[in-house]
Ligand binder design. Structure first.
Ligand code: HSE
Length: 403
């Protein structure tokens, strides 16, 4: 039997232990080995848990135990997770994680250590929860030159926007439900302000384009500025508001990436990705467009991806999985404001001001709209051009339109 250790026993860690126990027979068949949990690292005791006898508090027991060949890191965040991951890899143990913050921030360094020690650092669950996306990009789509990847990468914000769009729910009610269901991050600001989506697009970008993209290089806006009136204007234009992470190739060795709310056409597949679901679109020069859809957050969907990585690690003790990228270089990430699109603008400016700046635009209205404001869709222009046109105007919302 292969013995593993789980670090952290919150939503994901406990889901991993449950799936390993529940699906023991099929997991053993697929891994060609039985897999059992030997240790669970947790600060507190859990006397009522069926896993109580596995709880330990000292990480060095795991680090020094030669029987542990795979460690599952579900602590989240950077500090302890980074330290323990590095120490396990250095000790020649494979590491599996759902920790997107760690992969987005230190992935290049940790993969390099794994390579040196001939072990695996696997993170299928870090993007898209239970959706297979890391392996499809690195294996099934390996024949393609990928030029763009974008999608709904955060279940919590998609859940909130869906409740606002479908039921007129308030932001606070919807957030509470997402937290009660275990979708949200420890600090839901990371979801709401787009940081979680930012980390995920960094990872996807590294896999698609071959270089590390650090979160601070990615302009990021979340959904805290999206109002009920934006949702209604979008609906009357035939669009839905969704938070997207997007990365595109802009040159031979340059890319751009950003996270922001978008108006997306109601006829597009992505516009029907609702609730906690995630949807990711990949453009490749051989496949054309492929879309990946499924549960983007939650205990068992995430555990499903983590345990699949554990099985893969067990099957590849003597081989490294191809999962690799170079570090970033100066100038690699270009300005996302150079990227053209149409834009949705909601403003308190007068008709004259709007006409002077934009010429003819497509105004949007609905019966209960605030009579003191206008909303319209622009022609295609870059972010820089838009900023110069709205300079000095009282602007309430600006989002890209994706057709
Ligand atoms: N908080 C994240 C989300 C969890 O809502 O998508 C899954 O990464």
């Amino acid at each position: 039997m292969v013995k593993i250790a789980i670090l952290g026993f919150g939503t994901v860690g406990s889901g991993v232990a449950e799936v390993i126990e529940e699906n023991a027979d099929s997991i053993a068949r697929r891994a060609a080995n039985e897999i059992g949990v030997k240790y669970i690292l947790k600060r507190k005791q859990l006397p009522d848990s069926p896993f109580a006898d596995k709880i330990i508090h000292d990480f060095s027991i795991i680090e020094k135990d030669p029987e542990i060949q795979v460690m599952v890191e579900c602590i989240g965040g950077l500090d302890a997770a980074y330290d323990y991951t590095k120490r396990c890899l250095m000790a020649g143990k494979s590491v599996v994680t759902s920790n997107k913050e760690l992969v987005a921030t230190k992935g290049h360094e940790l993969i390099a250590i794994a390579k040196e020690k001939n072990v695996n650092y696997l993170f299928e669950a870090s993007v898209g929860g239970g959706i297979p996306i890391i392996r499809p990009i690195t294996q099934c789509l390996a024949a393609n030159e990928i030029d763009e990847i974008y999608g709904i990468l955060n279940g919590t914000t998609n859940y909130i926007l869906t409740k606002m769009i479908q039921f007129g729910a308030s932001f606070e009610q919807a957030l509470k439900q997402a937290r009660d269901n275990g979708f949200a991050e420890k600090d839901p600001t990371d979801d709401i302000e787009g940081h979680d989506s930012c980390r995920k697009i960094c990872i996807l970008s590294a896999l698609c384009f071959g270089r590390h993209v650090y979160p601070h290089q990615v302009p990021t806006r979340g959904i805290s500025g999206v109002t009920r009136s934006d949702v209604e204007y979008a609906r009357h234009l035939g669009y839905k508001i969704k938070l997207l992470g997007r990365a595109l190739r802009t040159g031979k060795d340059t890319i751009t990436a950003y996270v922001a709310p978008h108006l997306i056409n109601k006829t597009s597949l992505l516009s029907n990705v609702d609730g906690v679901m995630n949807g990711i679109v990949v453009h490749g020069n051989a496949i054309g467009e492929a879309i990946f859809y499924g549960a983007g957050a939650g205990k068992l969907p995430t555990a499903s991806a983590v345990v699949a990585d554990v099985i893969d690690a067990v099957k590849h003790f003597k081989a490294r999985k191809y999962l690799d990228w170079e570090d970033s270089v100066p100038g690699y990430v270009t300005d996302s404001d150079e990227l053209p699109s149409r834009w949705y603008v909601r403003t308190g400016a007068s008709l004259e001001e709007i006409g002077r700046a934009f010429g003819n635009v497509k105004f949007i209205s609905y019966p209960e709209a605030d009579p003191g404001e206008y909303a319209f869709a622009t022609r295609e222009m870059t972010g820089h051009q838009l900023k110069s046109l709205i300079n000095g105007m009282e602007v309430r919302s600006v989002f890209r339109i994706l057709d």
